[in-house]
Write a new protein. Structure first.
Length: 94
């Protein structure tokens, strides 16, 4: 569970104002989901800034390999409703 060097999305992605979510509860749920994905082995590609205020969560991009995904399918399919995405990078279609 590590941040990978420079942000994959560049400074503009990291600096973008996180979008407003439906409620503080949704923001807390998203933070918990991101924590679950990271604990399952997802690498953090962006460097989220300090916690966003109110019903917001930092823009977050995560990545796992296909092998990691197959090893932890339930955890890595955790719903992350909001400004977070998980990319699964597979070596091939098999």
């Amino acid at each position: 569970m590590k941040a990978l060097g420079k942000s994959a999305g560049g400074c503009a992605f990291d600096a973008a104002q996180p979008p407003a979510l439906l409620s503080d509860g949704v923001a807390k749920g998203l933070a918990y989901s991101v924590k679950t994905l990271r604990s399952a082995g997802a690498d953090l590609l962006t460097a989220p800034g300090a916690g966003a205020e109110g019903a917001r969560h930092p823009n977050t991009l995560l990545r796992v390999t296909g092998k990691q995904f197959l090893a932890e399918p339930e955890k890595l399919q955790t719903e992350a409703f909001g400004s977070a995405s998980l990319c699964v990078v597979a070596r091939d279609v098999d």
